[in-house]
Design a protein around this ligand. Sequence first.
Ligand SMILES: [Zn+2]
Ligand SMILES: [Zn+2]
Ligand SMILES: [Zn+2]
Length: 56
Amino acid sequence: MSVNVEMVKCACNDCVCIVSTGNAVEADGRMFCGENCANHHQQSVGCEHAGCPCHG
Ligand SMILES: [Zn+2]
Ligand SMILES: [Zn+2]
Ligand SMILES: [Zn+2]
């Protein structure tokens, strides 16, 4: 058996993270790598991936 895991880039503009659709945080019909990206960084800069400078 094979597992169909689809990898997509986080929908956050600045984010360079690649996330599998199974682990992604979905918001507005788009896939994000984490809560920070999903809420457009209203709370904080960066994401759960160390060194990622994204801020929406
Ligand atoms: Zn990121
Ligand atoms: Zn992200
Ligand atoms: Zn982000």
